[in-house]
Design a binder for this molecule. Sequence first.
Ligand code: GDP
Ligand code: IMO
Ligand code: MG
Length: 403
Amino acid sequence: METLTLVGCQFGDEGKGKIIDYLSKDFDITVRFNGGENAGHTVVVDDQTIKYHLIPAGFLGSKTVVVAKGVVINIKRMREEIEFLSKFRKNFDLKVSDLSHVVTELHFKRDSEIEQMRGAGKIGTTLKGIGPAYESKFGRYGIRLVDFTNRTDLKDHLTLMSQIYRIPFDDGYVDGLMADYESIKKYVCDTREYLEDSINDGKSALFETANGTFIDIDSGTYPYVTSSYTTSAGVTVGTGLSPRYFNKFIGVAKAYTTRVGEGIFPTEMFGEDADKLRTLGNEFGTTTGRPRRVGHLDLPMLRRAVRLNSLDYLALTKVDILGKMSSIKVAVSYEYDGKEVKEFNPSRKPDKVNYENFNKWGTGKSNLRDYIGLIEDELKVPVVMVGIGEKRDAIEVYQRVSV
Ligand code: GDP
Ligand code: IMO
Ligand code: MG
């Protein structure tokens, strides 16, 4: 059985898109299994920047790409993304789960309303209706692709949702939604069955998470999280495949840490150094354009990510950017109530963070080797590749990933 599951080890935007694009060439199928268009996975192909939001970032590398049932879909956005991506690959094979839930304009409005109600305690969501879409799924008034049988049924579903949210919709919206559905209908199928049969027939599959470990609904810095399972445990519920199908896991971490939106960030940097790193790394959200908060690499955080996700491998991105900073620090432990602690607790801000210092590596790379050595020593997981630039082939591979 050849499957590999890829997760983000921090708060999202670790550079997963680029690593997925690279790995996907070795897999028959790439599968997205959580999140929605809150995700923005960037791949730079020649002079063209591709930002995947709903379609797996293995679109160019794998023969088939699958959007599994754990993903919540804004159908209009998916239609537009398919149109855009068709320029890059004519004969693609896309499958979308009939059990996926749909993000409607009611969800968008509810997302904004809830953020407003929270006031100063806002989460800083992407306002793409993600939380409400999962809320309606678990509240059992969500709308799945399989529910698009006819206009009358769709309108009934929307009416119930509209009553629950006390948000109106007009008749024209039903027609628009139905029309958008018609344009993606040919891709909709039972993806669990397809994946199970394909893997049993010897095909290989790469599973990509959206978002990052510490914005997982249960394992993250709640309530400053997204509403899906972003950790490796999410791959089974997100695809419908039993846990038997998954045994190899790779985590992507940025060489430093970034976060969009609110919530705990123990190694956050402020002032001139933070501005410099943000500018050098172009740390502005792929989906919303918001400036990302930036900070030092956090090994207690990565240690928890390694354990939560059972990581076999790590990929480290943006080492080229970090190498341009004149002083580089890595968090090696925290202190809580005067006691040294080695693992991040997403529910509690540490009293103190202990750091190790590094010199900039510039072109010589010897300090980069020390940096990677510290990560491997502390986490006991091999760093198998590093990202050294934005372009899709700017990767140095140290070790082949075997599945
Ligand atoms: P994702 O959500 O995890 O896929 O990450 P994003 O695409 O949102 O953000 C990562 C950003 O860093 C994108 O602009 C990528 O093009 C860029 N990037 C990824 N890897 C590297 C790298 O190794 N070096 C540099 N300079 N940029 C990178
Ligand atoms: P990728 O896949 C970074 C963050 C939002 C916000 C919180 C909740 O590109 O790594 P939501 O709209 O999901 O309800 O927002 O989660 N967030 C992300 N941050 N990268 C992402 O995805 C994110 N997806 C959600 O900024 O703080
Ligand atoms: Mg992103």
